[in-house]
Design a protein. Structure first.
Length: 242
Protein backbone atom coordinates (compact mmCIF):
# COMPACT_ATOMS: atom_id res chain seq x y z
CA UNK A 1 0.00 0.00 0.00
CA UNK A 2 1.27 3.49 -0.81
CA UNK A 3 2.27 6.00 1.86
CA UNK A 4 1.50 9.67 1.18
CA UNK A 5 4.40 11.77 2.43
CA UNK A 6 4.61 15.56 2.78
CA UNK A 7 8.04 17.13 3.33
CA UNK A 8 7.62 20.50 5.07
CA UNK A 9 10.49 22.99 5.09
CA UNK A 10 10.87 26.53 6.37
CA UNK A 11 12.79 27.22 3.09
CA UNK A 12 14.24 30.60 3.95
CA UNK A 13 17.93 29.83 4.61
CA UNK A 14 18.26 28.36 1.11
CA UNK A 15 16.97 31.63 -0.35
CA UNK A 16 18.74 34.07 1.97
CA UNK A 17 22.13 32.40 2.57
CA UNK A 18 24.52 31.68 -0.32
CA UNK A 19 26.36 28.90 1.54
CA UNK A 20 23.10 27.03 2.16
CA UNK A 21 21.82 27.64 -1.38
CA UNK A 22 25.04 26.09 -2.71
CA UNK A 23 24.26 22.86 -0.85
CA UNK A 24 20.50 22.82 -1.50
CA UNK A 25 19.84 24.91 -4.64
CA UNK A 26 16.14 23.95 -4.69
CA UNK A 27 15.72 23.73 -0.93
CA UNK A 28 16.38 20.81 1.35
CA UNK A 29 12.76 19.67 0.99
CA UNK A 30 13.47 18.92 -2.68
CA UNK A 31 16.61 16.96 -1.77
CA UNK A 32 14.64 14.93 0.79
CA UNK A 33 11.78 14.44 -1.68
CA UNK A 34 14.13 13.17 -4.38
CA UNK A 35 15.62 10.37 -2.29
CA UNK A 36 12.32 9.40 -0.67
CA UNK A 37 10.50 9.09 -3.98
CA UNK A 38 12.98 6.48 -5.18
CA UNK A 39 10.91 4.16 -2.97
CA UNK A 40 8.07 2.60 -4.91
CA UNK A 41 5.62 2.78 -2.02
CA UNK A 42 6.19 6.45 -1.17
CA UNK A 43 4.21 9.23 -2.88
CA UNK A 44 5.96 12.46 -1.94
CA UNK A 45 4.97 16.13 -2.09
CA UNK A 46 6.45 19.21 -0.44
CA UNK A 47 5.11 22.21 1.49
CA UNK A 48 6.90 25.35 2.67
CA UNK A 49 6.35 28.14 5.19
CA UNK A 50 5.67 30.95 2.71
CA UNK A 51 3.03 29.08 0.72
CA UNK A 52 -0.63 29.78 1.50
CA UNK A 53 -1.46 28.07 4.82
CA UNK A 54 2.24 27.08 4.85
CA UNK A 55 1.33 24.57 2.13
CA UNK A 56 -0.62 22.60 4.74
CA UNK A 57 -4.21 23.06 3.63
CA UNK A 58 -6.87 20.74 5.03
CA UNK A 59 -6.79 18.86 1.74
CA UNK A 60 -3.01 18.30 1.98
CA UNK A 61 -3.08 17.35 5.67
CA UNK A 62 -6.04 15.03 5.25
CA UNK A 63 -4.12 13.21 2.55
CA UNK A 64 -0.82 12.97 4.42
CA UNK A 65 0.21 9.74 6.15
CA UNK A 66 3.68 10.93 7.16
CA UNK A 67 4.82 14.55 7.58
CA UNK A 68 8.50 15.54 7.74
CA UNK A 69 9.33 18.85 9.44
CA UNK A 70 12.45 21.04 9.07
CA UNK A 71 12.35 24.50 10.62
CA UNK A 72 14.88 26.73 12.33
CA UNK A 73 14.87 30.51 12.61
CA UNK A 74 11.21 31.16 11.88
CA UNK A 75 9.28 28.80 14.15
CA UNK A 76 7.34 31.83 15.40
CA UNK A 77 5.94 32.49 11.91
CA UNK A 78 4.08 29.19 11.84
CA UNK A 79 0.40 29.86 12.46
CA UNK A 80 -1.01 28.39 15.66
CA UNK A 81 -4.15 27.06 13.97
CA UNK A 82 -2.01 25.11 11.48
CA UNK A 83 0.16 23.81 14.34
CA UNK A 84 -2.94 22.55 16.14
CA UNK A 85 -4.24 20.85 12.99
CA UNK A 86 -0.90 19.09 12.49
CA UNK A 87 -0.79 17.97 16.15
CA UNK A 88 -4.39 16.80 16.03
CA UNK A 89 -3.70 14.68 12.98
CA UNK A 90 -0.62 13.14 14.64
CA UNK A 91 -2.72 12.29 17.70
CA UNK A 92 -5.22 10.69 15.34
CA UNK A 93 -2.63 8.46 13.71
CA UNK A 94 -0.47 10.40 11.20
CA UNK A 95 3.28 9.78 11.46
CA UNK A 96 5.68 12.70 11.85
CA UNK A 97 9.46 13.04 11.58
CA UNK A 98 10.96 16.14 13.18
CA UNK A 99 14.41 16.96 11.85
CA UNK A 100 17.35 18.76 13.49
CA UNK A 101 16.39 22.30 14.64
CA UNK A 102 12.75 21.30 14.48
CA UNK A 103 13.31 20.43 18.15
CA UNK A 104 12.25 24.02 18.90
CA UNK A 105 9.26 24.01 16.53
CA UNK A 106 5.81 24.67 17.94
CA UNK A 107 4.72 21.27 16.67
CA UNK A 108 7.47 19.33 18.50
CA UNK A 109 7.07 21.34 21.70
CA UNK A 110 3.32 20.82 21.70
CA UNK A 111 3.52 17.10 20.97
CA UNK A 112 6.18 16.47 23.62
CA UNK A 113 4.65 18.91 26.09
CA UNK A 114 8.19 20.14 26.83
CA UNK A 115 10.51 23.06 26.13
CA UNK A 116 12.98 20.81 24.24
CA UNK A 117 16.08 22.85 25.11
CA UNK A 118 19.60 21.55 24.48
CA UNK A 119 23.24 22.63 24.37
CA UNK A 120 24.64 23.65 21.00
CA UNK A 121 27.81 24.84 19.29
CA UNK A 122 28.53 25.23 15.57
CA UNK A 123 32.21 24.79 14.77
CA UNK A 124 31.69 22.00 12.26
CA UNK A 125 33.06 19.26 14.47
CA UNK A 126 32.94 15.53 13.80
CA UNK A 127 29.78 13.70 14.86
CA UNK A 128 29.29 9.97 15.29
CA UNK A 129 25.67 8.85 15.25
CA UNK A 130 25.79 5.58 17.19
CA UNK A 131 23.14 2.91 16.73
CA UNK A 132 21.96 1.91 20.19
CA UNK A 133 19.05 -0.28 19.06
CA UNK A 134 20.35 -2.37 16.13
CA UNK A 135 17.19 -4.50 15.89
CA UNK A 136 15.00 -1.43 15.33
CA UNK A 137 13.46 -1.04 11.82
CA UNK A 138 14.77 2.55 11.62
CA UNK A 139 18.35 1.29 12.09
CA UNK A 140 18.07 -1.36 9.35
CA UNK A 141 21.19 -1.26 7.16
CA UNK A 142 22.96 1.33 9.32
CA UNK A 143 25.30 -1.00 11.19
CA UNK A 144 27.18 0.51 14.12
CA UNK A 145 26.31 4.05 13.08
CA UNK A 146 27.08 7.00 10.82
CA UNK A 147 30.15 9.22 10.80
CA UNK A 148 29.62 12.86 9.83
CA UNK A 149 32.79 14.85 9.24
CA UNK A 150 31.11 18.19 10.02
CA UNK A 151 27.96 18.79 12.02
CA UNK A 152 26.56 21.26 14.52
CA UNK A 153 26.86 19.97 18.09
CA UNK A 154 23.65 19.26 19.98
CA UNK A 155 24.26 18.16 23.56
CA UNK A 156 22.49 16.80 26.62
CA UNK A 157 20.51 17.46 28.65
CA UNK A 158 17.84 17.47 25.92
CA UNK A 159 14.60 18.75 27.46
CA UNK A 160 12.24 16.06 26.21
CA UNK A 161 10.19 13.42 28.00
CA UNK A 162 11.91 10.02 27.99
CA UNK A 163 11.41 8.65 24.49
CA UNK A 164 9.53 5.37 24.04
CA UNK A 165 12.38 4.05 21.88
CA UNK A 166 15.94 5.37 21.65
CA UNK A 167 17.46 4.30 18.34
CA UNK A 168 20.52 6.56 18.00
CA UNK A 169 22.87 8.39 20.35
CA UNK A 170 25.28 10.96 18.90
CA UNK A 171 28.79 11.75 20.09
CA UNK A 172 30.61 14.97 19.19
CA UNK A 173 34.33 15.55 19.03
CA UNK A 174 34.08 18.26 21.68
CA UNK A 175 32.89 15.63 24.14
CA UNK A 176 29.10 15.98 24.31
CA UNK A 177 26.54 13.27 23.65
CA UNK A 178 22.93 13.62 22.51
CA UNK A 179 19.85 11.39 22.19
CA UNK A 180 19.67 11.82 18.44
CA UNK A 181 17.10 9.28 17.27
CA UNK A 182 13.99 9.15 19.46
CA UNK A 183 10.58 7.55 18.87
CA UNK A 184 7.53 8.80 20.75
CA UNK A 185 4.05 7.30 20.66
CA UNK A 186 1.55 10.16 20.49
CA UNK A 187 -1.90 8.61 21.01
CA UNK A 188 -2.49 6.74 17.69
CA UNK A 189 0.45 8.39 15.92
CA UNK A 190 4.20 7.86 15.98
CA UNK A 191 6.82 10.61 16.03
CA UNK A 192 10.54 10.25 15.26
CA UNK A 193 13.03 12.98 16.13
CA UNK A 194 16.36 12.84 14.25
CA UNK A 195 19.18 15.28 15.08
CA UNK A 196 21.47 15.42 11.98
CA UNK A 197 20.67 18.13 9.44
CA UNK A 198 22.33 21.49 10.07
CA UNK A 199 21.74 23.60 6.96
CA UNK A 200 25.39 24.59 6.42
CA UNK A 201 26.57 20.99 5.88
CA UNK A 202 25.46 18.53 3.17
CA UNK A 203 23.89 16.15 5.70
CA UNK A 204 20.83 15.20 3.61
CA UNK A 205 23.09 14.24 0.70
CA UNK A 206 24.64 11.50 2.89
CA UNK A 207 23.29 8.11 1.78
CA UNK A 208 23.24 6.66 5.30
CA UNK A 209 21.27 9.64 6.60
CA UNK A 210 18.90 9.16 3.66
CA UNK A 211 18.51 5.51 4.64
CA UNK A 212 17.56 6.43 8.22
CA UNK A 213 14.97 8.97 7.04
CA UNK A 214 13.56 6.49 4.53
CA UNK A 215 13.35 3.74 7.17
CA UNK A 216 11.76 6.16 9.62
CA UNK A 217 9.17 7.31 7.09
CA UNK A 218 8.00 3.71 6.71
CA UNK A 219 8.19 3.05 10.46
CA UNK A 220 6.01 5.96 11.55
CA UNK A 221 3.47 5.41 8.74
CA UNK A 222 0.00 4.72 10.16
CA UNK A 223 -0.92 1.14 10.89
CA UNK A 224 -4.50 1.98 11.83
CA UNK A 225 -7.12 4.35 10.46
CA UNK A 226 -6.41 8.05 11.12
CA UNK A 227 -9.34 9.45 13.09
CA UNK A 228 -10.30 12.57 15.03
CA UNK A 229 -9.45 11.66 18.63
CA UNK A 230 -10.81 14.93 19.95
CA UNK A 231 -14.28 13.44 20.26
CA UNK A 232 -15.49 10.74 22.62
CA UNK A 233 -17.88 7.94 21.75
CA UNK A 234 -21.03 7.73 23.87
CA UNK A 235 -21.69 4.04 24.46
CA UNK A 236 -25.31 3.94 25.54
CA UNK A 237 -25.68 0.19 25.74
CA UNK A 238 -23.13 -1.82 27.75
CA UNK A 239 -21.54 -4.77 26.00
CA UNK A 240 -22.29 -7.04 28.95
CA UNK A 241 -25.52 -7.43 30.93
CA UNK A 242 -25.40 -5.25 34.05
ZN1 LIG B 1 21.43 23.76 12.93
Amino acid sequence: MSINVTVWNEFRHEIEMENVKAIYPNGMHMTIKSFLEKEEDLIVRTATLDEKDHGLTDDVLNNTDVLLWWGHANHGDVRDDIVEKVCQRVRGGMGIIVLHSGHFSKVFKRLTGSNCGLKWRDIGEKCRVWTVKPNHPIAKGIGDGIELEHEEMYGEPFGIPDPDELVFLSWFKGGEVFRSGCVFNIERGKMFYFQPGHEAYPIYHNEMIQKVITNATKYVAPTCEIIDTNVGDWIKKPLEEI
